[in-house]
Write a protein that binds this ligand. Structure first.
Ligand SMILES: Cc1cc2nc3c(=O)[nH]c(=O)nc-3n(C[C@H](O)[C@H](O)[C@H](O)COP(=O)(O)OP(=O)(O)OC[C@H]3O[C@@H](n4cnc5c(N)ncnc54)[C@H](O)[C@@H]3O)c2cc1C
Length: 416
């Protein structure tokens, strides 16, 4: 079934009786050409592009829970391509272009909303750094605007401009940035991949990676062995655990990150705002809830939950920036698992095991990367060579000293 105005009207008149499930409940076959481990946004996007762009349809996505149960369904939905470094800009801009055509490509309403991402600066030095980043973006054909204090005031009059410690001095705006509905991105990719014949196997955990003579030959799962010529690992916060099944030790640590959502308000914040003097970012969902987050938990963990200390920190940041939030009621908070790499940038590469490919190390930035990561990972699996836009994301860059450290935080994963 294709979504169209006609289908909407028809189903509105017949009580929705014509809607069909978006994807089949596939049972695993004995073997596939390609298995993608992880039914998050990245794994499903990889399967979609494998089938659509590279004609590889004998593909299964193996997910231990239900699709979107990981970070794909837990993030704060921000998309942007406002990066500084040469290794990152082409990749994230490819992603932004794919976001711009995503709904037509998938025939699915992913609620992509280019409402603008505004990074606030609070000191002269920070403004200079923003000017430098904005120039790098523009030199690479990415939109960027440096706003002065009055320019920011026009966009976001509710900020505490004269906060004694962190007065707002200006901001870097990417108008093409914004948000997308995270669940819908998962469902849209799943539906599109399924329509091209991809099997989406849920409730099936990969427990082993079987090799023969240094080559991958399939995966052990809670539903038995499934053979495969090629296997792509795309499991976000579980990267180190799954890679260890093949005897690999990755330059990655996992940390929990929380997100918070408030009661619904009338429209008040019409773009994404990030606080430059602390770690805090906020936007308003189409339902009216304010959606916001801050720092990682301070210690590595595989627990998908966070501590009260981080909640207190996020609340302090919120109050410094928008005192009106002091009267806000929080509805829910939750945690997801971040695979933090040593330089804060991702890895999309072959592994030392023949036929085993890896996509991970996404840190805070993996949702916005979903289309580009899926596209580039599919390219890598199909052709055996990295896509030019992801050429810098090699596994050996740490031993070569070619790190892509956007924040300049050094080899401390939790600081990126
Ligand atoms: C609170 C929070 C806020 C965030 N906000 C943003 C944001 O605003 N913008 C942004 O760009 N990024 C954000 N991120 C990061 C982003 O969500 C992730 O980087 C991205 O979703 C990771 O890719 P994914 O969607 O494929 O991961 P996931 O959805 O986590 O997919 C990985 C899947 O692998 C499965 N899996 C794991 N182990 C196995 C196994 N052994 N066998 C089978 N399946 C397995 C998991 O169940 C999971 O479904 C945020 C993350 C969190 C936690």
């Amino acid at each position: 079934m294709t979504f169209s105005g006609f289908e909407l009207l028809k189903n509105a008149l017949n009580g929705g009786a014509g809607w069909t499930p978006h994807w089949r409940k596939a049972q695993p076959k004995a073997a596939y050409d390609v298995i993608v481990i992880g039914g998050g946004g990245h794994g499903l996007a990889t399967a979609h592009y494998l089938a659509k762009e590279f004609g590889i349809r004998d593909v299964a996505v193996i997910e231990k829970g239900w699709i979107g149960s990981g970070n794909a369904g837990r993030n704060t939905t921000i998309i942007r391509s406002n990066y500084l470094l040469a290794g990152n800009i082409p990749f994230y801009e490819l992603g932004m272009k794919l976001w711009e055509g995503l709904e037509q490509d998938l025939n699915y309403n992913a609620m992509v909303s280019q409402r603008g991402v505004l990074n606030l600066c609070h000191s002269d030095a920070q403004r200079d750094a923003f000017a430098r980043r904005g120039n790098a973006m523009r030199l690479n054909g990415v939109d960027a605007e440096l706003l002065d204090r009055e320019g920011v005031r026009k966009m976001a009059p509710y900020l505490d401009f004269d906060n004694a410690r962190f007065p707002v001095q200006g901001g870097l705006l990417q108008r093409r940035g914004g948000t997308a509905r995270h669940d819908a991105v998962v469902w849209g990719y799943a539906r599109a991949a399924d329509r091209r014949g991809v099997d989406i196997v849920e409730n099936c955990e990969v427990t082993g990676l079987r090799q023969e003579n240094g080559k991958i030959i399939g995966v052990e799962t809670t539903r038995g062995f499934i053979g495969a010529r090629r296997v792509g690992v795309s499991v976000a916060g579980n990267s180190s655990r799954v890679a260890s099944l093949a005897g690999l030790r990755l330059p990655i640590e996992s940390y929990a990150l929380q997100a918070f959502v408030s009661e619904s308000l009338k429209p008040v914040i019409d773009c994404v705002v990030t606080f430059g003097a602390g770690h805090f970012y906020i936007s308003q969902s189409d339902k009216g809830s304010l959606v916001f987050g801050g720092d990682l938990e301070p210690y590595p963990s595989y627990a998908q939950r966070g501590s009260l200390a981080i909640f207190a920190d996020v609340a302090e940041n919120a109050m410094a920036l928008m005192p009106m939030l002091g009267r806000l009621r929080i509805l829910r908070s939750w945690g997801g698992l971040m695979d933090m790499s040593m330089d804060g940038s991702p890895i999309i590469d072959r592994t030392p095991v023949d036929g085993l490919f890896f996509n991970g190390g996404w840190c805070y930035g993996g949702f916005k990367a979903t289309p580009a990561a899926g596209f580039c990972f599919a390219h890598l699996i199909a052709k055996g060579e990295p896509h030019p836009a992801a050429a810098a994301y090699r596994l050996d860059r740490f031993e070569r000293g070619c790190v892509i450290d956007e924040k300049g935080a050094g080899p401390s994963p939790n600081l990126h």
